[in-house]
Design a binder for this molecule. Sequence first.
Ligand code: SF4
Length: 337
Amino acid sequence: MSDKKHIVVIGGGPAGCVAAERLSRLGFRVSIVEKECELGGNLNNWDRLFPDGKRASEMVTKLVNDVKMADVAVWTDVEPIEAKRVENGFTILLSDKSLLFADAVMLTTGFAPFNAIRKEEYGYGIYRNVTTSVELENMIQAHIVPDTVSRVGMVHCVGSRDEKCGNMYCSKVCCITAVKQAIELKQMLPNAEIFCFYMDMRMFGPGYEELYREAQERYGIKFVRGRVSEASEDSEGRVAIKVEDTLVGRPMRMKLDRLVLMVGMEPSAGTRSVAELLGVKTKVNGFIQGGDPHIAANQTNVPGVFVAGTATAPMNSTDTLNDACAAAFQVANYLNG
Ligand code: SF4
């Protein structure tokens, strides 16, 4: 048995892969515990990344190769079912009855997309032409967007910035996702009309503002400031919406072939359960409470347990990877005393 200190990384998405690889290269023994049968997390459900259109699968391949090259032990199809603090570390019992000892634990359990059924007014799960941005991404990935679609509406902030859902936060990535997907639709269906219904456009990342401008000027995508208040289905299966254009103060009615709900991020089930097992505090919105946001964001209230990526707050993939690197160094500092 190696005398290297052992870190168990719970969650094998992008944050987990990067943190594990960095920690291994810093000289620690590292294991990733992943509940799915493969590494990559939510990136496995994504076609292209914004703003540059890089394929998500290329990124997953790189992350998985880096993990392999760094000699990280990978446990898939398992999840922690029990965790105990013991002298100098933790014991973690997995669902296949394996027992791991960890000197430190890193939580990278990621996010889950908001369940759009909770927004009844949009008719998701009832009307066949109401879909989510995640489903649209899968359709784009599989090249199965019907060429009969000629008018599409995209509703921003579904499940985010919404008191009724209990999610007051901005999910940060759904404005740029709408812009990216609207452009992709327009490239596939040049004659289609695409409308984005937004409250505010939050284009904070590098290249985002430029892509937003390109969407308007080159692709003619129309951005309407206003909330869709209601959706219904007509006899031909088209989606009829009511929306108020708040810039001109005018109510609008429109019929669409497809209504796409830009769903936000919520804490994953794994984030909630592992926080409970380890006694880690969560915020009122269910994401894990980090330490001081300026200097110790990757620490938790339990010494030896760290957190990175979207288990702690919504963020894009670039910020997730950077956060995971920062977290790896905090774990190394902790274990090196
Ligand atoms: S990123 Fe845009 S769509 Fe997403 S919650 Fe924030 S403002 Fe709404």
